[in-house]
Design a protein around this ligand. Structure first.
Ligand code: NAP
Length: 536
C-alpha cells in the first residue's frame, strides 16, 4: 500500500469503497493507473454497509440496480428478490471486490479528513484521521450523496436512558426489539421500510411523524426466473434501454404521453390503478404531466390518499397519514405493508408537526405536553445529503480555497463532476448531476467512464491538470437551477433543497434534466476537447 513513505505519487486516490469507489478502482486499474481506495468503514459496500436497519432494501429493481460493465458479472450474479435486501446487496459489493481482485487496493478503517491541492506537485496531498498521508495526481470523491447521517439536536436527547440507533449508521451486531417498546422518528424511505419490520418484532411501536409521505407498494416477491432469463438473454440491450430512460431505469414500462387532465375520470382511475398494481416508481409515469402540472399532480395525490383511507381502519390515523404536499416533490417511498401496519393495536402514530418534540426524558419524549414512553429509539432522520460529507472534509483547492467557503451559499460545480478552483478533483454522483434522480449505479458507471476517459485524454497529451473554468461552472449552476424551476420539485421542503438541515442554504442540488440529456452534455464537453475546462 502506498503511504507517506512512498516517493511515487499515486495516479488516482479514491475516497470511499461503495459501488462508486469499487468501479472507479476497477476501471483505473484497467487503464494501467496506479490507484487506491481509502474507506472509513470496516468493509466495502458504502450505503449497504451502513444502512443495515430492519427492512433495508433497494427500491429500484435488482435486475436494474446492479453493474452492467461486465457481461460475465451480470450473467453469473443471481438476485433472489424483485427488490434485493441489504444483506444481499452487501454480498454483491463484496463479490465485486473479490471477483476483480480489488481488495489489495482498498485500505479500510481509514477516514480521510484532509485533502489539499499542491500546486507545485500538480496533485493532491491527502491525509487520514490517524495522520497517514498520500500523494496523488487525481482525487476522486466517491463518498456518496447520502452518507452523512442527520442527527437532529433534540433537546435533552442525552438524558434518554435507552439505546439510540440511526438507520444510516446501524450497528453490526443484531438488534433485537422483541418485547420492547420502540420509538421511531422519521417517515422517509428509511423509516417507512423499517416501521413494518420493527412493528413485527416490538411489543409496542410509536411512530413520530413530522411530514406524512406518499408510499406506493413495492409488491416485492421472489425474482421470477422467467423474467430473469428474459432479461439475461439480452442484458446489454436492457441496460441500453434503461440508460435511455429519464431516470436510468424503468424501460419495461410503457411511456405514457397522455396528460392526466384530458382523460375521463374512469380512465384516470384505471391507469393509476394499473401502475399501483405494478408497484414502484413507475406510478409517477402513469401520465406525462404528473411532475409538471399541479392539477395533474393533485389527481395522482388524491388517488394515493384514497388508497390510504381504504387501507387504514381508524379514520383519524388515516387522515394523519395522508400527505398534503405535491406527490413526488419529496422522494416517493416504495414499501410493503406500510399503511396496513397502523392497523395493528400496538402501533401508535404521533403527529409531531402539530405537537413538536419538546424534550427527551430518561424514558421517552414529551410532545404536546404528553409523555410518550419507549425503551429504544430509532432515528430515521435521513442525511445531510449531497454536500454534507464534503463540507466536513478539510478540502482545499488552488490557493488554499476551502470548500466550506466556496460552497457557503450552496454547491457549485461544472457538469456535476468537477469544481472550479479544485483541479484534478472529480466527484461521483454529487450535486449538479442527475445522481440521486437516477438508478445510482447508472450514474456511477457514467461518471467513472467519463473520469477515466478524461484522465486518458490528459495523459495522452501530457497535460498535468484539468480545472473547470469559473464561467463554465456559473453557466452549469444556472442550468441546474433553471431545470428545476419548471417543475413541482420546488414546492416542498425536501432534502434535495437542503431543507432538512437547519441553516443549510436552500438550493436545489441534483440536476433534474434527466439522465440522457445529462450524459449528452458530458459527452459533448469531452468531445469538444474538454470544453469549459482549462488544461495545463
Ligand atoms: P429522509 O427522506 O430525509 O427522511 C427523514 C425523515 O425524518 C423525514 O420524515 C423527516 O421529516 C424526519 N425528520 C428529520 N429531521 C427531523 C426533526 N428534526 N424532527 C422530526 N422529524 C425529522 O431520510 P431517509 O428516509 O433516510 O431517506 C433519505 C434518502 O435515502 C431517500 O430519499 C432515498 O433517496 C435514500 N434511501 C433509499 C432507500 C432505498 O433505496 N430503498 C432506502 C432508504 C433511503 P420531514 O419530512 O418533516 O423533514
Amino acid at each position: 500500500m502506498t503511504a507517506s513513505t512512498d516517493p511515487q505519487p499515486l495516479d488516482v486516490l479514491i475516497v470511499g469503497a461503495g459501488f462508486g469507489g469499487l468501479y472507479m478502482l476497477y476501471k483505473a486499474r484497467q487503464q494501467g493507473l496506479k490507484a487506491i481506495v481509502l474507506e472509513a468503514a470496516g468493509g466495502v459496500g458504502g450505503t449497504w454497509y451502513h444502512n443495515r436497519y430492519p427492512g433495508a432494501r433497494v427500491d429500484v429493481q435488482s435486475m436494474e440496480y446492479s453493474f452492467g460493465f461486465d457481461e460475465a458479472l451480470q450473467q453469473e450474479w443471481r438476485w433472489s428478490e424483485r427488490y434485493a435486501p441489504q444483506p444481499e446487496l452487501l454480498r454483491y459489493a463484496n463479490h465485486v471486490a473479490d471477483r476483480y481482485g480489488l481488495r489489495d487496493g482498498i485500505t479500510l478503517n481509514t477516514r480521510v479528513t484532509k485533502a489539499h491541492f499542491d500546486e507545485a506537485a500538480a496533485g493532491w496531498q491527502v491525509q487520514a484521521e490517524d495522520g497517514r498521508q498520500w500523494q496523488a495526481r487525481f482525487l476522486v470523491l466517491a463518498s456518496g450523496p447520502l452518507s452523512t447521517p442527520n442527527k437532529p439536536s433534540f433537546p435533552g436527547l442525552e438524558q434518554f436512558a435507552g439505546p439510540v440507533y440511526h438507520t444510516g449508521h446501524w450497528p453490526h451486531e443484531p438488534v433485537d426489539f422483541s418485547g420492547q417498546r420502540v420509538g421511531i422518528i422519521g417517515t422517509g424511505s428509511s423509516g417507512i421500510q423499517s416501521i413494518p419490520v420493527i412493528a413485527a418484532q416490538a411489543r409496542e411501536l410509536t411512530v413520530f411523524q413530522r411530514t406524512a409521505n406518499y408510499v406506493v407498494p413495492a409488491h416485492n416477491r421472489p425474482l421470477d426466473p422467467a423474467y430473469e432469463a428474459r432479461i439475461k438473454a439480452d442484458y446489454a440491450g436492457f441496460r441500453a434501454r434503461n440508460r435511455a430512460m429519464r431516470n436510468g431505469f424503468g424501460s419495461e414500462l410503457p411511456q405514457h404521453t397522455v396528460s392526466a387532465l384530458v382523460v375521463s375520470e374512469q380512465e384516470l382511475e384505471e391507469r393509476l390503478e394499473a401502475r399501483w398494481q405494478i408497484g414502484g416508481f413507475g406510478f409517477l409515469g402513469a401520465f406525462s404531466d404528473l411532475m409538471m402540472n399541479p392539477k395533474a399532480n393533485a389527481l395522482a395525490a388524491e388517488f394515493v390518499r384514497r388508497k390510504i383511507r381504504a387501507a387504514v381502519k381508524d379514520p383519524a390515523v388515516a387522515e394523519l397519514l395522508c400527505p398534503e404536499q405535491t406527490i413526488g416533490c419529496k422522494r416517493l417511498c416504495v414499501a410493503n405493508d406500510y399503511y396496513e401496519t397502523f392497523n395493528q393495536p400496538h402501533v401508535k402514530l404521533v403527529d409531531i408537526r402539530s405537537a413538536p418534540i419538546e424534550r427527551f426524558t430518561a424514558g421517552g419524549l414529551i410532545s404536546g405536553g404528553q409523555e410518550h414512553g419507549f425503551d429504544a429509539l430509532v432515528l430515521a432522520t435521513g442525511f445531510d445529503a449531497m454536500t454534507g460529507t464534503l463540507m466536513r472534509l478539510d478540502l482545499r483547492g488552488r490557493g488554499g480555497l476551502r470548500i466550506q467557503d466556496k460552497w457557503a451559499g450552496g454547491p457549485s460545480n461544472y457538469l456535476g463532476l468537477t469544481i472550479a478552483g479544485f483541479p484534478n478533483l472529480f466527484n461521483i454522483a454529487g450535486p449538479g448531476s442527475t445522481s440521486v434522480f437516477t438508478n445510482v449505479i447508472v450514474a456511477i458507471e457514467h461518471h467513472v467512464d467519463w473520469i477515466t476517459a478524461c484522465i486518458a485524454y490528459l495523459d495522452a497529451r501530457g497535460c498535468r491538470t484539468i480545472t473547470a473554468t469559473e464561467q463554465a461552472e456559473a453557466q452549469w449552476v444556472d442550468y441546474v437551477n433553471k431545470t428545476a424551476d419548471g417543475t413541482l420539485l420546488l414546492t416542498c421542503n425536501s432534502w434535495y433543497l437542503g431543507a432538512n438541515i437547519p441553516g443549510k442554504p436552500r438550493q436545489f442540488m441534483p440536476l433534474a434534466a434527466g439522465f440522457p440529456v445529462y450524459a449528452q452534455k458530458c459527452a459533448e464537453a469531452a468531445a469538444q476537447d474538454y470544453k469549459g475546462f482549462e488544461l495545463a
